[in-house]
Design a protein around this ligand. Structure first.
Ligand code: FAD
Length: 524
């Protein structure tokens, strides 16, 4: 990724842009990738860090979405299943197939019938018949402590698991290698207009405070839950269309909640499905789905009520494990960009994406992590009147070229680690390994991350603040107690010289990071 901000801003000023994308989440990254490969000169700007919005706070599933099928949204499920299958093929090591167990309890014959029908439809859509029924005994050994009373069986089906922030970075990396520019901590503060039509953006570099105007043939508003804010700059538009919905997750140690696969658990009160699943050496549970009325510029956090709700589900389904607040390692919360239709139950609002063209501003919002490529292609179709005809918008091309073999693989690196690195960094996995100093090909205790990944990120991945490194380049903040505070001296030894920060800057960054962690990622 581009590192040198001075050089980036010099280029932003002197080059002519076809497309400016506002928002560095999965939607913006996907559009950038699909635009750049069609020779559209593209600039992406993100007000905080890449993936800072909901794209680093999702349930980490690249999935078809059984829930959407149940709601009758067959096309969304079909597209999601098809995208899931493509991503599993293209991104081994970053998007990996993943078993999910549905616990079936006695007496719920209608539920059982519906679930079986849904799973069959799923298999038909993916043309893979991988369902399996597990006995109560098998369920109990796979999910120690699971509620066995009235348990009839478990139904296993497959989805895929990812690291959402790394997925965004991988897409951005690919788009930048092919000529696009993406810059973080750069906010759009206004829209430029000619004869009432949007023709560019007013930018503020949030590192230096510098301001500049950038013209473009098309401006895309890919700001997710923030979409209405940018839309409010467009003359004719003053109606709010977004319904930001907060979703929270909790992270536990795998010793306290040992599960080898994901289990889907219906909440005893709300009857909404929740999950417990292994992730990056820890175990995660989620999620909630409630109206988020707070200021979107203040980071979302899991409230005490949400923590209670999530714990209640775990305690109900794992009654013997005595899980309490003390067992929570970290929490995180994101705001779903959902288009509101006034439905009473937030969970029944559609999760499909929308594309709106208003006075030259193209807003692309809603949707899911899973369907980012389809969203991008739809956005570019709508941009053709201003960008000109773009080739192959109906053809699904590979997002990522195949990754070359790593040679030579150091003897102490296990094949699964190489696989993981190639998924996350593509051909750059070679650089991660080659740059490692003695001992840095070992994992940071309690995580799947190598010390060498920190070195690589500090050197190559546009880290502006310590939280970028801890929360999104790596997920240390979510995986280690107190946000990995105990590891900071070792992290500093590797990263401070590479980031060019003096001792005072490191001290401030550390303080800011720990405060952010306490406020938004700790336990309430
Ligand atoms: C709890 C939860 C669980 C989810 N689980 C899943 C899942 O398992 N699978 C799945 O497929 N999907 C899931 N989703 C949905 C998915 O995460 C979102 O649909 C997706 O991340 C939206 O991406 P986006 O790029 O549109 O928005 P975002 O990722 O929010 O990106 C928008 C970006 O725009 C930036 N921005 C805003 N205003 C400005 C400005 N003025 N200037 C510059 N930048 C600006 C923001 O800082 C933000 O980073 C989940 C979502 C949540 C919240």
């Amino acid at each position: 990724m581009q590192q040198n901000r001075e050089e980036i801003f010099r280029r932003i000023k002197v080059e002519n842009w076809d497309l400016v994308i506002v928002g560095g989440g999965i939607t913006g990254a996907g559009i950038m990738r699909e635009a750049v490969r069609r020779n559209v000169k593209t600039l992406l700007v993100e007000q905080r860090d890449f993936a800072w919005g909901s794209s680093s706070r999702s349930g980490q599933l690249v999935h078809g979405g059984l829930r959407y099928l149940k709601q009758g949204d067959v096309m969304l499920t079909y597209h999601s299943v098809s995208e899931r299958e493509s991503l599993v093929k293209e991104l081994p090591g970053l998007v990996n197939p993943f078993g999910m167990m549905m616990a079936i309890y006695k007496g719920k014959w209608l539920d059982r019938l519906i679930v079986r029908a849904a799973l069959l439809t799923y298999d038909i859509m993916s043309r893979k018949f991988r369902r399996h029924t597990y006995s109560v005994g098998e369920m109990v050994s796979r999910f120690p402590g699971v509620r066995a009373q009235d348990l009839e069986c478990g139904l296993l089906f497959y989805e895929s698991l990812t690291d959402d922030a790394r997925l965004v970075l991988r897409i951005l990396q690919q788009a930048q290698e092919e000529g696009g520019i993406a810059v973080n901590y750069c906010r759009v503060t206004g829209l430029l207009k000619e004869s009432g039509m949007v023709c560019g953006v007013a930018l503020e570099d949030r590192v230096t405070g510098d301001k500049l105007d950038v013209h473009a043939r098309q401006v895309v508003n890919a700001t997710g839950a923030w979409a209405d804010i940018l839309r409010s700059h467009v003359r004719r538009t003053n109606s709010k269309r977004m319904r930001p919905l907060r979703g929270s997750h909790l992270v536990f140690s795998a010793e306290r909640l040992p599960v080898s696969q994901s289990i889907v658990m219906t909440h005893p009160r709300s009857k909404r499905p929740g999950f417990v699943f292994p992730w990056e050496g820890r175990v995660m549970t989620g999620d909630t789905d409630i109206d988020h009325t707070a200021d979107l510029d203040i980071e979302a956090a899991c409230t005490p009520d949400e923590t209670d709700y999530l714990l209640e589900n775990i305690r109900f389904h794992f009654p013997d494990r005595n899980i309490t607040r003390k067992d929570i390692v970290a929490s995180f919360s994101g705001v779903r960009p959902v288009v509101g239709s006034g439905k009473k139950d937030p969970s029944s609002e559609s999760r499909d994406h929308v594309v709106w063209l208003e006075d030259g501003l193209l807003t692309v919002t809603g949707g899911k992590l899973t369907t980012f490529r389809l969203i991008a292609l739809d956005a570019l179709k709508a941009a053709q009147p201003l960008l000109g005809r773009l080739p192959d918008l109906d053809k699904k091309q590979r997002i990522f070229p195949p990754v070359k073999d790593i040679a030579p693989v150091p003897a102490d690196l296990k094949p699964e680690t190489v696989f993981r690195l190639q998924g996350r960094y593509g051909d750059r996995a070679n650089d991660v390994i080659a740059g490692a100093r003695a001992g840095e090909l070992e994992k940071i205790p309690g995580t799947e991350t190598l010390w060498a990944e920190l070195r690589y990120a500090a050197q190559n991945e546009a880290v502006v603040h310590l939280e970028d490194l801890m929360l999104r380049r790596t997920r240390i903040a979510l995986l280690l107690e107190n946000g990995g505070k105990a590891m900071l001296p070792q992290i500093r030894a590797i990263c401070q010289p590479l980031l060019g920060w003096d001792d005072e800057k490191w001290r401030r960054e550390e303080q800011d990071y720990l405060e952010t962690w306490q406020r938004f990622y700790g336990v309430r």
